[in-house]
Design a protein around this ligand. Structure first.
Ligand code: HEC
Length: 162
């Protein structure tokens, strides 16, 4: 008899549960947001970041990549050491093919480990300083190049956060 009472009570609790709450519980925990494709491209040209980036670039990057990020002539040909020289970062090379995560990875880690000649900057530059440098570099990219990079970056972001 005791058992019957317990079962009856349990079913009462279930039935008494507010239906909308049950519906909420049945929904998947994380809903997938659709990828936004047609947002207009916003360029970050914050003048303070830009001038900080210019100073940092001259100090850390210009000796190899050139004062305007133009790179070395014949940057696609290996040098005598078998390694590639510094490429242009100003939109003429393929820097813009890479999303922010990849660009930051290269700047933080350099290319020594993968057989290249670029030093690592993780111990020298903060994340904010790298952002400032990227803004200085990207300010040089013509609008269609910047837009193509922006879309790649958007797709990469959607991949890494979902
Ligand atoms: C000692 C020379 C040297 C310095 C200094 C240097 N780089 Fe490089 N960088 C290179 C070389 C060489 C490569 C080509 C990759 C390789 O090593 O094969 C490269 C590649 C890159 C790439 C990848 C380019 C692409 O198109 O994929 C980025 C981005 C970059 N450098 C940014 C920077 C920034 C920003 C700085 C300053 C904070 C900097 N580099 C300082 C030599 C240098």
């Amino acid at each position: 008899m005791k058992h019957v009472v317990v079962i009856m009570l349990a079913s009462f609790v279930l039935v008494a549960c507010d239906p909308p709450d049950v519906v909420k519980l049945l929904k998947p925990v994380k809903e997938v947001e659709p990828i936004k494709k047609s947002e207009p491209v916003k360029r970050n040209l914050n003048p303070e970041q830009l001038s900080r980036g210019a100073v940092l670039f001259q100090k850390n990057c210009a000796e190899c990549h050139g004062a305007q990020g133009q790179g070395v002539d014949n940057w696609q040909k290996r040098g005598a050491d078998g390694k590639f020289p510094a490429p242009p970062l100003n939109g003429l090379g393929h820097t813009w093919h890479h999303p922010t995560v990849v660009l930051k990875y290269t700047i933080n880690n350099g290319t020594g480990k993968i057989g290249g000649n670029m030093p690592a900057f993780a111990a020298k530059l903060t994340d904010n300083q790298i952002d400032d440098i990227l803004i200085f570099i990207q300010e040089k990219w013509p609008a269609p190049i910047y837009e193509a990079w922006y879309r790649t970056n958007e797709r990469a972001h959607n991949k890494t956060t979902k």
